[in-house]
Design a protein around this ligand. Structure first.
Ligand code: HEM
Ligand SMILES: *[C@@H]1O[C@H](CO)[C@@H](O)[C@H](O)[C@H]1NC(C)=O
Ligand SMILES: *[C@@H]1O[C@H](CO)[C@@H](O)[C@H](O)[C@H]1NC(C)=O
Ligand SMILES: *[C@@H]1O[C@H](CO)[C@@H](O)[C@H](O)[C@H]1NC(C)=O
Ligand SMILES: *[C@@H]1O[C@H](CO)[C@@H](O)[C@H](O)[C@H]1NC(C)=O
Ligand SMILES: *[C@@H]1O[C@H](CO)[C@@H](O)[C@H](O)[C@H]1NC(C)=O
Length: 377
């Protein structure tokens, strides 16, 4: 009797003292939704992907697809909504389930893309281009439309393995000719494997591919830009090809496997996800090897077509390359997102917090920098 009375009292007081903050909010006719970090999946072993519930279905004409072979594959199999519009949580969960990407690493990849090209208020990201399903921000604080990850500049950039530079051609869809050139590097540097000699992608192949991508595009693209955020993403994506696309049972990223992801955007037959969660640290081992092997400082072409290194960022962001990339990414997220309130502000704080948490793993990278980039670009 007494106990239940005390319980009742404390519950009532608790409710009075800490009013639950709303998880949704309506502004300009849009419903904003608070983002939540899902829990790390508990089942993280080897597993054949896809399961029976996730067959390949080719995208329809209104379904969004874009420059990321992994996101396209997830949507083609229904691990992400087949229309190519997904929330922060949906993408993080799909990456854990189908690719065994460790929670925090996955959250960072989504945070970068949400902040640059999503609607952080409605919690929507197009894995392709502009979609009528994703409205511009309330008050159009980042211009009249929300880009989608295919939009060039803030995240999508130059020297990709299978997409052209935006200034030169199609930066969104798979390009046969570019992939064929990548395969020349596989022929030179690849390991021998079950599908024949020189058919297994390895570090030397990725070094050859990235060197070739950079040299070709630097010469062909007067607007060539390879700033710290893009260098970081480009080498990270090259590393992901080895760490994530590899068959989890053999740890080999073979010619038919990589072809299936890049060309067909489908899981290879009899493919297994990684046998343990793929962490940022594991991926960084390969990324750092690429950084060490490719003697290039972040920079861009000048008006004469000469590649010029960017000035270093202010301290402490010049302490490591990873910290420089973190700073450069903040310089390319609209500063208007910081000057907000309510659910939008809460989501911006959440995503920028994820960015800083990962960046601060880099020794000396101990200062948070909030977005300060231009809006509407
Ligand atoms: C399972 C985790 C992921 C893997 C294995 C992966 C793999 C890749 C690879 C291999 C590329 C390079 C394509 C090329 O250079 O031709 C790429 C590019 C890209 N990815 Fe992903 N990705 C992952 C997660 C994500 C996420 C979560 C997003 C956004 C929600 C994303 C957005 C992009 C974008 C925008 C590009 C284009 C970059 C450019 O070429 O400029 N990726 N990804
Ligand atoms: C593959 O490489 C091995 C070892 O280098 C060599 O002995 C073999 O003849 C090669 N096979 C083919 C089909 O070229
Ligand atoms: C891509 O799909 C086509 C048609 O289903 C198939 O014939 C081909 O073998 C696939 N290629 C790869 C690399 O998976
Ligand atoms: C992955 O490895 C297993 C075990 O060697 C093999 O049975 C399977 O065919 C491989 N899958 C692919 C796509 O290479
Ligand atoms: C960072 O910049 C400061 C100020 O220019 C300089 O004193 C410091 O040596 C730089 N640090 C690194 C690691 O380059
Ligand atoms: C912040 O937002 C308010 C209201 O939209 C606006 O009046 C003000 O100019 C903004 N300040 C900055 C620094 O952008």
């Amino acid at each position: 009797m007494r106990l239940s009375a005390i319980l009742f009292l404390s519950t009532a007081l608790g409710a009075l003292a800490i009013p639950a903050s709303p998880t949704t909010e309506v502004r300009d006719g849009q419903t904003g939704t608070v983002m939540v970090l899902p829990p790390q999946a508990t089942e993280t072993g080897l597993k054949q992907i896809p399961d029976a519930a996730h067959p390949f279905i080719a995208p329809g004409p209104n379904d969004q697809r874009g420059p990321c072979p992994a996101m396209n594959t997830l949507s083609n199999h229904g691990y992400l909504p087949r229309n190519g519009i997904a929330t922060f949580e949906e993408i993080v969960i799909a990456m854990m389930e189908a690719f065994n990407i460790e929670l925090n690493f996955g959250a960072l990849m989504v945070a970068n893309n949400m902040l640059t090209r999503g609607n952080v208020f409605t919690n929507q990201l197009s894995i392709g281009g502009v979609s009528p399903l994703v409205p511009p921000y309330p008050g159009e604080i980042d211009g009249p439309e929300t880009g989608g990850i295919a939009k060039h500049g803030r995240f999508e950039g130059d020297a990709s393995m299978t997409r052209a530079d935006a200034f030169i051609g199609d930066n969104r869809n798979f390009q046969d000719i570019l992939y064929d050139k990548d395969l020349l590097q596989l022929g030179k540097f690849g390991d021998n494997g079950p599908d024949g000699n020189s058919t297994v992608f390895n570090l030397a192949t990725m070094i050859g591919i990235k060197n070739q991508n950079i040299q070709m595009d630097q010469a062909a693209n007067p607007m060539f830009e390879f700033a710290a955020r893009r260098m970081n993403a480009a080498y990270l994506q090259a590393a992901l090809t080895l760490t994530v696309f590899a068959n989890g049972t053999t740890q080999q990223a073979t010619l038919p496997i990589v072809g299936s992801f890049f060309r067909n955007q489908t899981f290879p037959e009899n493919w297994h996800r990684a046998a343990a969660p793929v962490t940022a640290a594991a991926n960084a081992v390969i990324e750092n090897a690429l950084l060490a092997a490719i003697p290039l400082k972040p920079g861009r072409n000048n008006a004469q077509g000469v590649f010029v290194a960017d000035p270093p960022p202010p301290p402490p962001f010049n302490v490591t390359f990873a910290c420089e990339a973190y700073y450069d990414q903040a310089a390319n997220v609209p500063g208007t997102l910081v000057n907000t309130t309510g659910v939008l502000k809460q989501n911006v704080d959440f995503l920028t917090g994820i960015q800083f948490q990962l960046a601060s793993n880099s020794p000396g990278c101990n200062q948070q920098i909030l977005p300060f980039g231009p809006a509407g670009v």
